[in-house]
Design a protein around this ligand. Structure first.
Ligand code: NAP
Length: 258
């Protein structure tokens, strides 16, 4: 049904595990050349090896999204290895919890610095290569937390994820004349190592709060990212897609249980 993405060059930040790994594997399965990026090279290498073993083309690259020099080197590596950058999935993110009374200025800066400033730095590093070819797809991993919902302990996280959407809207206007789209995926509660590490009790409560009564899979999220990268999505920019099994829909517990 959709156009083939075979041969496209993709960078996925934060793709050594979790949602990013799912996105990297999904694009790799679609025949894309994938640069797997995380701070720990060995973990990124394992994902790249997995893709190569499955017959794909992939490279691992160690980079921290909070460092402009790392992001410049990441973009250059994709250009040198794959001949350009067609798609950037700016996915790297962290979600340490701290309630307002305990949250320090440093906690706030760390979350904003990784999730929001890291988004800006990764996008800014890739834009010149996309502009030179007058095409590109930028897909940000935001969240339902912040743009749509709140959760105690995550005010800094929610601010960073809502901030990504503010960044996206102006970036989409600035880059539209160059054939570059900027869109966001907003996952709900997705079964990743990091989420399941929050404990059985958290997972059960989350499953119960989703109308589909299950957590999302990384493939559910990766499919949405893949859609924004297709040729068929070329007139969609500055938009966001929620992948949450209906989690944000019930207006009350009664609505969920009725
Ligand atoms: P995860 O399993 O903890 O994976 C995070 C990835 O990001 C890892 O590859 C990690 O590798 C990398 N990373 C972290 N800090 C980095 C940095 N400064 N520079 C480069 N890479 C960095 O997390 P996840 O659950 O998959 O979350 C991925 C994204 O989805 C985040 O943006 C998160 O906000 C969003 N999200 C997740 C959920 C969910 O339910 N899981 C829901 C909504 C939104 P290294 O540590 O080696 O760098």
């Amino acid at each position: 049904m959709f156009s083939l993405l075979r041969g496209r060059s993709v960078i996925v930040t934060g793709s050594s595990k979790g949602i990013g790994r799912g996105i990297a594997l999904r694009f790799g399965l679609a025949g894309c050349k994938v640069l797997v990026v995380s701070r720990q090279l060995s973990e990124a290498q394992a994902v790249a090896d997995e893709l190569v073993a499955a017959g794909g083309e992939a490279r691992a690259f160690a980079a921290d999204v909070t460092r402009p020099a790392d992001m410049a080197a990441m973009a250059q590596t994709a250009v040198d290895s794959f001949g350009g950058i067609d798609i950037l999935c700016a996915n790297a993110g962290i979600f340490p919890a701290a309630r307002l009374e305990q949250m320090t200025a440093a906690d706030f800066d760390t979350v904003i610095g990784t999730n929001l400033k890291g988004t800006f730095l990764s996008v800014a590093a890739c834009v010149p290569a996309m502009k030179s070819r007058k095409s590109g797809r930028i897909i940000l991993t935001s969240s339902i937390t912040g743009p749509v919902t709140g959760y105690p302990g995550w005010s800094h996280y929610g601010a960073s994820k809502a901030g990504q959407l503010g960044f996206m809207r102006t970036a989409a206007i600035e880059l539209a004349p160059y054939g570059i789209t900027v869109n966001a995926i907003l996952p709900g509660n997705i079964a990743t190592e990091a989420l399941t590490a929050m404990g059985e009790d958290y997972v059960r409560k989350m499953e119960a709060s989703v109308p589909m009564r299950r957590l999302g899979s990384v493939v559910d999220v990766a499919n949405a990212a893949l859609f924004f990268a297709t040729d068929e999505a070329n007139y969609i920019t500055g938009q966001s897609m929620i992948i949450d099994g209906g989690q944000i829909l019930p207006e009350s517990l009664a609505a969920l249980e009725a």
